[in-house]
Design a protein around this ligand. Structure first.
Ligand SMILES: Cc1cc2nc3c(=O)[nH]c(=O)nc-3n(C[C@H](O)[C@H](O)[C@H](O)COP(=O)(O)O)c2cc1C
Length: 366
């Protein structure tokens, strides 16, 4: 309430990217307060526990990739009740991203359009930051995912080496890694979802994963691939085949859409990735398709247009084992995760599910 009535109106007067940077900078400075804030904003209940491969989340709601690209605020994220957090996208080389303005708020449609273009400090700088946070003894207790993107200047044929560089540099810090081959804002990035290119990329990453696991232990890191919501289900089936054959831990569905502009009242001509409410339905149908095509074998992290517990529950019942939010966090504020988790408990009770895993795929099973 306080956020929506007091803080959000002030933040929304500012340029969206400026507001975002100021929020992040504030959050990076209040990390030391995380343990004080956490009891206010989090819900602790064993029915919310989620396991995906070797990963264990205290609740199924995570922060999606793109909000904290450089890992500046990792100490603060547990304070808002997240069960896990994903930083990045990080690219091998630091890069400025696209010209501004490149982040547009569409409050009428509860949406954002971003064409940031992987602005980030690069793998070495992020590694140095994570290293110093770890050295300070203030490492967060929730699982940390690292989203890896392709450097803009690198061509598709050299993409695997570019991803490998970032993966290797950041390997000790990630509890899981997400290969982002689906941002609409890096030219030709989505080509990497083509089956042969995706297979090549995953083979290279998994080989490096095994090599580093032997050297550094204890086991190989969970790898996720993040897909776009714009491909046909036939293309998606090809992607799924590759993901299963390369033994990824799971899939993150979905990234922002390059299309769906017909759902907007304003801003339909703005290029970039559309996220938030207008993406919700499409992302859910992609999740349902993956769940059905794999008979629930491939764990899914569902993302796209989640604002409320009902939205999260829809994705879980369509087949997602966990969810992530970004645009919903911008619009709903610091209580968003708590409200979603409280609501999930209420909805599970109503429907007679004893825990999250019982609800996963409940609407997608024939
Ligand atoms: C400002 C902004 C930046 C984003 N940056 C990334 C990114 O770097 N890597 C990524 O995988 N997804 C990125 N995304 C996509 C989100 O992680 C998410 O998949 C998408 O926004 C849909 O979820 P939402 O409707 O909850 O925002 C970004 C989205 C926004 C709005």
């Amino acid at each position: 309430m306080i956020y929506k009535q007091c803080l959000r109106p002030i933040l929304f007067l500012k340029d969206p990217e400026e507001a975002h940077e100021q929020t992040l900078s504030f959050l990076s400075r209040i990390g030391f307060l995380a343990s004080v804030l956490e009891p206010l904003f989090s819900v602790s209940d064993s029915r919310l526990h989620v396991k995906i491969g070797p990963l264990s989340f205290a609740n199924p709601v995570g922060l999606a990739g793109g909000f904290d690209k450089n890992g500046k605020a990792i100490r603060s994220w547990p304070a808002f009740g997240f069960g896990f957090v994903e930083i990045g996208a990080v690219t091998a080389q630091g890069q400025p991203g696209n010209p501004k303005p490149r982040l547009i708020r569409l409050p009428k449609d509860q949406a954002l359009i971003n064409r940031l273009g992987f602005n980030n400090e690069g793998a070495e700088a992020v590694r140095a930051r994570l290293d110093s946070i770890r050295d300070s003894g203030a490492w967060p207790r929730i699982p940390l995912g690292i989203n890896i993107g392709r450097t803009k200047a690198v061509e598709t044929k050299d993409a695997a080496a570019d991803y490998l560089f970032t993966f290797e540099r950041l390997y000790p810090f990630g509890d899981f890694f997400t290969l982002n081959v689906s941002s609409p804002n890096t030219p030709n990035l989505r080509e990497l979802q083509e089956k042969n290119l995706l297979k090549e990329l995953l083979q290279a990453i998994q080989a490096k994963n095994r090599e580093l696991a032997q050297k550094l232990g204890p086991g190989a890191k969970p790898i996720f691939v993040k897909v776009d919501p714009d491909m046909s289900f036939q293309q998606l089936d090809e992607v799924i085949d590759v993901l299963e054959s390369q033994q990824v831990t799971g899939v993150i569905a979905t990234n922002a859409t390059a299309f769906l502009r017909e759902k907007l009242t304003v801003g339909a001509n703005e290029p970039g990735g559309l996220s938030g409410k207008p993406l919700r339905e499409r992302a859910t149908s992609v999740i349902r398709h993956i769940y059905q095509a794999t008979k629930g074998r491939l764990p899914i992290i569902g993302v796209g247009g989640i604002f409320t517990a009902e939205d999260a529950y829809e994705k879980i019942k369509a087949g997602a084992s966990a969810v992530q939010i970004l645009t919903g966090f911008v619009y709903e504020g610091p209580c968003a995760v708590k409200r979603i988790n409280q609501g999930l408990l209420r909805l599970m009770e109503r429907d007679g599910f004893k825990n999250i895993s019982e609800a996963v795929g409940a609407d997608a099973r024939a």
